[in-house]
Write a protein that binds this ligand. Structure first.
Ligand code: SF4
Length: 165
């Protein structure tokens, strides 16, 4: 299979993420294609969430990968689904997040994923994205990580330092 550009991956993995139920705006119908209008919420890649102090923040909403070991019937990313597949490298997610953040397109990251290799391996990949954002990039924006079913409790409790720690 030909290797995908980061833009191709973003197209596939932002689109795949819209099925990850999290907020009202990411899957809502807005203006019709070819007739965009005010208030359109159509499109992919950006969703919204609320911080503990009540602010609404825009998030880059993507999957790390839409490959998955499992075959859950109602999931578009199930193993037997004939969708295009892609997988971001950790560094690509970090770079995209920081890039969009610096251009003022987002205030944080919503990262979900299919399950690859094992629940622990997949959870470690997500945590590593957060760790690099916080510790290497000094990123202080909002981060929402999916918790992977079956991942070990130690991983769930793992702490990622924030720049103020
Ligand atoms: S484990 Fe998650 S991503 Fe994989 S098929 Fe089931 S619902 Fe979809």
């Amino acid at each position: 299979m030909a290797s995908l550009s980061p833009r191709d991956k973003l197209t596939i993995l932002a689109d795949a993420a819209k099925y990850d139920a999290s907020c009202a705006s990411s899957g809502a119908k807005g203006a019709r294609e070819g007739n965009p209008g005010l208030g359109s919420t159509e499109g992919m890649g950006i969703c919204h969430s609320y911080t503990p102090d009540g602010r609404c923040v825009s998030l880059l909403k993507i999957l790390l990968t839409n490959y998955c070991l499992y075959d859950c019937t109602s999931c578009i990313n199930r193993m037997s689904s004939e969708v295009r597949r892609a997988r971001f490298a950790i560094e690509e997610v970090v770079s995209l997040t920081v890039g969009f953040y610096k251009r003022n397109h987002i205030e944080g990251l919503f990262l979900s994923t299919g399950i690859i290799q094992s629940s622990d391996y997949t959870m470690e990949q997500l945590i590593e994205v957060a760790r690099r954002l916080r510790e290497a990039e000094n990123f202080r924006g909002y981060i929402h990580l999916k918790t992977i079913a079956g991942a070990s409790p130690e991983l769930m409790r793992k702490r990622v330092s924030t720049p103020t720690d």
